[in-house]
Design a protein around this ligand. Structure first.
Ligand code: FE2
Length: 154
């Protein structure tokens, strides 16, 4: 039986992150409705979306020397570990755990967003970050230290 979750407000005020979270949530809700053969075919894409979302966040945190980077990264890694385990099960035709993992994902993401992402975004805004075309940037004084950052303050 499918669980219905209220569509949470995922807005953090950083356009790129908000967009990524919406795409993620749409894909999760959609996967809850599909039969197993489609579920297993599309699950790798969901894992990729999560990996991409987490990677972008972690790059931003690295670029600003965010003090909670390690704890935040541990949470990301914990979820990705569960997702990879679920993916392996689904690929072996066992859908029980993968379905459970998928069903808890919206609540996990909302909890993570409130507890971890929101404080990070607050720190990012304090540091002077503003959205640019496709990614976000970092404080200017950090650019010498991390020459391969992914954006600039404009
Ligand atoms: Fe995060």
């Amino acid at each position: 039986m499918e669980q219905i979750f209220p569509q949470p407000n995922l807005s953090l005020g950083i356009i790129e992150m908000d967009k990524a979270h919406k795409v993620l949530m749409r894909e999760i809700m959609s996967l809850m409705q599909v039969p197993n053969f489609e579920f297993v075919r599309r699950l790798p894409h969901l894992v990729e979306l999560l990996e991409m979302d987490f990677r972008i966040e972690e790059q931003l945190m690295e670029s600003m020397d965010y003090p909670e980077l390690r704890a935040h990264r541990e949470q990301h890694a914990g979820l990705l570990g569960a997702m990879h385990q679920a993916l392996a099960k689904a690929m072996n035709g066992d859908y029980q755990l993968p379905r459970q993992v998928l069903n808890m994902l919206p609540q996990w993401l909302l909890w993570h967003l409130v507890k971890m992402d929101a404080p990070f975004v607050k720190a990012l805004k304090i540091a002077g970050a503003k959205p640019i075309n496709h990614l976000v940037f970092k404080p200017e004084q950090q650019s010498e230290k991390h020459p391969h950052h992914i954006g600039h303050v404009r």
